[in-house]
Design a protein around this ligand. Structure first.
Ligand SMILES: [Zn+2]
Length: 63
């Protein structure tokens, strides 16, 4: 996975171990550094894994 703003890449391992490093903001993957840059707080974002789970659930229900 990679940050959609700065193109920095993160491994799944990193995302699991440090869930704050890469977050989901308005359906985009954004790294912690860019979030700070944008003035977005962690409370306004979702953890990557929650985001994936949500999408999977929606898929199961048929959208
Ligand atoms: Zn970034």
């Amino acid at each position: 996975m990679k940050c959609e703003k700065c193109d920095r890449e993160f491994s799944e391992e990193e995302a699991r171990e440090y869930p704050n490093k890469i977050r989901v903001h308005r359906n985009k993957l954004i790294c912690e550094h860019c979030l700070v840059d944008m003035g977005v707080t962690l409370n306004e974002t979702e953890p990557f894994w929650t985001y994936i789970d949500t999408r999977t659930d929606l898929g199961r229900m048929g959208g």
